[in-house]
Design a protein around this ligand. Structure first.
Ligand code: SAM
Length: 246
């Protein structure tokens, strides 16, 4: 049987597509891509002419079945997403699950991942961390999620889009105050920038230059201080009881 290569692609700088990834993309019979037009640009840049098939969230199950059939016939295929590592806030899970279920070999061709890149430059503890994907788009749900993540005893990594970064920064400032946050934007790109500051300073940092709200963002949130959970619980109960006092 053939094998499924899960290939990470650059998150901005095309120089990050390693020689091995290039070789695999050139040698497989087909490439399952999140957006074939986007991947076409990448392939053209490297002179790769491998045919593609489109893999969207809404057709992934159907495509997965036909890819698995092809693997079983002996074809080797690659899976890519628009940027970075497939399956990390990107399509591919159904396909990899189906390939595994069919007993096919699945091989990682590792490379860029915005979450890991951000963690590696954050200057916040990285021995153990939580990747929480995108924060909810609406403020109410986002604030609730931030409050929940604020209790996490590990560093927390989240993705955010340029449309919401300013609102998100305000919510973080509001809810996290002096807790430190590292914001990285446009990693590997021309206007790459990062800052490690207290959450309350983020809105001002963003507002200092209108360009700072542009592009793609990763946030790394400092872990909750190591307070004994039972102590926090006791404090909560105490507060409620105090409220009941005449
Ligand atoms: N699979 C990708 C990965 O491995 O990082 C993530 C895909 S997700 C749909 C896109 C989000 O990743 C963006 O909204 C942003 O939060 C983050 N991202 C991707 N590229 C980035 C970059 N160059 N700089 C900062 N964040 C980036």
């Amino acid at each position: 049987a053939g094998c499924l290569y899960v290939v990470a692609t650059p998150i901005g700088n095309l120089g990050d597509l390693a020689p091995r990834a290039q070789r695999v993309l050139a040698q497989v019979t087909r490439i399952a891509a999140e957006d074939t037009r986007n991947t076409a640009t990448l392939l053209t840049h490297f002179g790769i002419r491998t045919p593609m098939l489109a893999l969207h969230d809404h057709n992934e199950d159907r495509i997965a079945a036909s890819v698995v059939e092809a693997l079983q016939r002996g074809e080797s295929l690659a899976l890519v997403s628009d940027a970075g590592t497939p399956l990390v806030s990107d399509p591919g899970f159904s396909l990899v699950r189906a390939a595994r279920a069919a007993g096919c070999e699945v091989i990682a061709i590792p490379g860029a991942c915005a979450a890991v890149a951000a963690l590696s430059i954050a200057g916040l503890p990285s021995d153990s961390f939580l990747f929480a994907g995108f924060l909810p788009p609406k403020s109410g749900a986002r604030r609730e999620r931030i409050q929940q993540l604020a209790r996490e005893p590990r560093s927390v990594i989240v993705y955010e889009s340029s449309h919401r970064i300013a609102d998100c920064a305000r919510d973080l400032a509001d809810l996290l105050g002096e807790r430190r946050v590292m914001l990285a934007r446009e990693i590997t790109k021309r206007f790459e920038q990062s800052v490690l500051c207290e959450a309350r300073a983020l809105p001002e940092w963003l507002a200092a230059d209108p360009n700072r709200e542009r592009g793609e963002f990763v946030l790394v949130i400092e872990a909750a201080a190591d307070v004994d959970a039972s102590l926090l619980e006791a404090e909560k109960v105490l507060k409620i009881l105090m409220g009941e006092l005449p």
